[in-house]
Write a protein that binds this ligand. Structure first.
Ligand SMILES: NC(=O)c1ccc[n+]([C@@H]2O[C@H](COP(=O)([O-])OP(=O)(O)OC[C@H]3O[C@@H](n4cnc5c(N)ncnc54)[C@H](OP(=O)(O)O)[C@@H]3O)[C@@H](O)[C@H]2O)c1
Length: 256
C-alpha cells in the first residue's frame, strides 16, 4: 500500500491564514483532507476568498477573526471554531505581527519588543490554553508553531523579532514535554526567507545575495514550507515532538 499523508476529516486551525505563508498551509492541509478554520486579523476579504477555495475542494471551512494576543478574542475564536467545525485536531500558530523596518537595538522602539512578545509568545500561550484541553480529552493532537531561521542566525537588526521567536521556542518546547503523555505533539517549522505570492506578483523570487550562502543555492517556496507543516500534522509524524525543523535549504543547521 502506498504511504499517504491523509488528514481526512481532521479539523485544523491556521492562524494568520490570510498571510503569505498561512494561505498555502491552509490550502495544503485542505488538499490532504482537513477541514480548516481560516484565522485572520484584518483581511476578511482574503479569509472569505480562501474559505470559498477550500469549500470547492470539498472541505468545510470557516473564517474566524481574532487578535491573537488577546485572551478573550482567542477564547471566542475557539468557541466559533468548535461551533462550526468541532474542536481542532491540528493548530498551526502562524500569525505574526510585522515590525518593519528592522533596526538596531539602540534604535528600535521598546514598544516593538512588547509587540513581538505578544505576537510570538502570548499567541502561543493563549492558543495552547484555548485548544490543548480538547486535545487532552481526545488523547491526541498536533500543535505546530511557525518559527524562523532568524532565531538561529541572531543577525544584527533583528533583536525584536528574534527575541519573540526565541521566547516562542521556549514556550513550545516546554509545552511538548508537558503534554506529550497525551499523545499531543508540539513542533516548530522554521522557514528561511520564502518565495510567496508577493514575490510572484512583483517578480522578486530570485535573490543572489541571499541564495549564495544557502547550501541549496535558492530560496524555498511557500509550498515547501506547507509540505512540512502537513507532514507534522499527519500520522506520519506521530513520534516527532519538541522539534524545531528548519526549512531553509540548510541555511541554518542547529547542531545536536
Ligand atoms: N515569509 C517569510 O519569508 C518567513 C520567513 C521566516 C519565517 N516566517 C514566519 O512565517 C509566518 C508567516 O509569515 P508571513 O510572511 O506569511 O506573514 P504575513 O504575510 O505578514 O501574514 C501575517 C498574518 O498574521 C496576521 N496577523 C498579524 N498580526 C496579527 C495579530 N496581532 N493578531 C492576529 N493576527 C495577526 C495577519 O492577518 P491579516 O492579514 O488578516 O491582518 C496575516 O494573516 C510568521 O510566523 C513568520 O514569522 C516567514
Amino acid at each position: 500500500m502506498p504511504l499517504t499523508l491523509d488528514l481526512t476529516d481532521r479539523v485544523a486551525l491556521v492562524t494568520g491564514a490570510t498571510g503569505q505563508l498561512g494561505r498555502v498551509m491552509a490550502r495544503t492541509l485542505a488538499q490532504a483532507g482537513a477541514h480548516v478554520a481560516v484565522h485572520y486579523r484584518g483581511n476578511e476579504t482574503k479569509a472569505r476568498e480562501l474559505c470559498g477555495e477550500l469549500e470547492r475542494l470539498g472541505r468545510k471551512a470557516v473564517a474566524v477573526q481574532a487578535e491573537v494576543a488577546n485572551r478573550d478574542a482567542v477564547f471566542a475564536m475557539r468557541d466559533a471554531v468548535k461551533a462550526a467545525l468541532g474542536d481542532p485536531h491540528i493548530v498551526v500558530a502562524n500569525a505574526v505581527s510585522q515590525v518593519h523596518p528592522w533596526t538596531t537595538l539602540l534604535e528600535e522602539d521598546p514598544a516593538d519588543y512588547e509587540d513581538q512578545f505578544r505576537s510570538c509568545v502570548m499567541q502561543n500561550v493563549l492558543l495552547a490554553k484555548a485548544f490543548i484541553p480538547a486535545m487532552i480529552a481526545r488523547k491526541g493532537g498536533r500543535y505546530i508553531g511557525i518559527n524562523t531561521e532568524c532565531t538561529m542566525q541572531l543577525a544584527p537588526r533583528q533583536s525584536a523579532y528574534t527575541s519573540g521567536k526565541r521566547g516562542m521556542d521556549a514556550v513550545l518546547r516546554v509545552l511538548a514535554r508537558e503534554v506529550g503523555e497525551h499523545q499531543i505533539t508540539v513542533n516548530q517549522v522554521a522557514p528561511g526567507w520564502t518565495i510567496s505570492d508577493r514575490d510572484r506578483e512583483k517578480g522578486t523570487e530570485v535573490s543572489e545575495s541571499y541564495s549564495k550562502n544557502v547550501p541549496l543555492r535558492r530560496r524555498g517556496t511557500d509550498q515547501e514550507i506547507a509540505n512540512v507543516v502537513a507532514f507534522l500534522a499527519s500520522d506520519l509524524a506521530s513520534y516527532v515532538t519538541g522539534a524545531y525543523v528548519p526549512v531553509c535549504g540548510g541555511n541554518v543547521m542547529p547542531a545536536v
